[in-house]
Structure formats: C-alpha cells, structure tokens
Design a protein. Structure first.
Length: 202
C-alpha cells in the first residue's frame, strides 16, 4: 500500500498549477539532495537556477557580509521565474515574500549522512571547484576541523527538521503563498519532477 504521506504529497501535487512552479525555493539539510533536485527541476521548468551558497561564499571560503549578500540575493529574486537552492534562516522573509512554492527535502537521517559523506569524498578527491568563488573542499576541512560538514549535519539535522515542520504547519494554517511540499524519499522527488514536466509540456 502507498505511504500515507505519499498520498498526501500526491494530493498536494495534483492541486498545483503551472504558476505555482514560477518561483521555487528548495530547502533542507546539507546532503539532502536539494541541489541535485533543484537543477533537474530548473531544467524541467526552463527556469534559471540560483544557489544561495554561490552568493554567500567568497574566495577561500570567506563569507560575504550581509550588506553584500542580501542585496545580491534580492536582485536575483527580482526575476519572474527561478529555482532557488538554499536555506539561511535570515533570508526567509526575503525569499518567501517572492516564492510561490517551497519544497522541503526531508530524507531519512541515515541517507542524508551517507550522501554528505560520499559527496564530500567526491568533491575533495576530485578537486571539484564550487561556485563562482572556485572554492574546493578538503578532507581535512570536511572531517577533521570545527567546520566539518559531517559534524554540522549530525548536530543540526534534528533542529532543521523541527524548524521546517513548524514553518510548514504555519503556512498550511494560514493558507497563503507560498505553497509547501515535503519530500521524504527519492521517489517523492521524482514525483515532483513528473508533475513539473507535465505542467510544462506544450
């Protein structure tokens, strides 16, 4: 039998129109797969992809000041259509005032931690350069420093889930834009892509 939450997601997807996909914000823990889904969704919709990390991180992992970062994000969100990948709590009001849909990627904790681990290995060993700042992850930084992404994930997965659960409940109770979807499996992500493609078909 289908999961009860999958049935609820199916009902939410069926209620979405093409305009609901105009401005989409994907949120969730690092390693949840939101960036991969965001790129696929942007391609399906024909929208530009905006990565918050690309706007926030300068060279050598130097964070941009809010005086630089927030206006850059606001400028990117002026476009009529986009797919925005990223969290950053202090950007909520800015993002969700424009967003038509929030997609919360909330996969099981073990899967998220495994994806963080394998992604970090691939980036570190492959010398992958990230965003316009061309930053690179290192095994030392990823696993053996206070900036460890694995440590951060372990410490914050529960907090992130509670925070977005509360935000979705509040949004549902208010019944105002943006709409919300909670994805709890990779199959849920494929269902979102299928709905986006069906609505974008000529």
């Amino acid at each position: 039998m289908p999961r009860a939450d999958a049935i609820a997601l199916g009902q939410r997807l069926a209620a979405l129109t093409r305009s609901d996909f105009d401005r989409v914000n994907l949120v969730g823990s690092s390693g949840s797969g939101k960036s991969t889904l965001g790129r696929a969704l942007a391609e399906a919709l024909g929208h530009p992809i905006v990565e918050i990390d690309d706007l926030f991180w300068g060279p050598n992992w130097t964070p941009q000041s809010d005086e630089t970062f927030l206006p850059a994000l606001a400028a990117a969100l002026e476009a009529p259509q986009w797919v925005l990948d990223g969290n950053y709590d202090r950007t909520r009001a800015l993002k969700w005032a424009r967003a038509t849909l929030v997609i919360w990627v909330d996969l099981p904790y073990p899967l998220v931690l495994w994806q963080v681990f394998t992604r970090t290995l691939k980036r570190s060993l492959g010398g992958v350069r990230l965003w316009r700042a061309q930053n690179r992850e290192s095994l030392r930084r990823a696993f053996f420093s206070k900036e460890s992404i694995l440590l951060w994930s372990l410490q914050n997965l529960g907090k992130i889930r509670r925070r977005y659960a509360a935000a979705q409940i509040a949004a549902d109770e208010q019944g105002a834009a943006p709409r919300w979807l909670r994805l709890q499996s990779r199959a849920d992500g494929q269902a979102v892509l299928a709905r986006a493609r069906s609505l974008s078909a000529p």
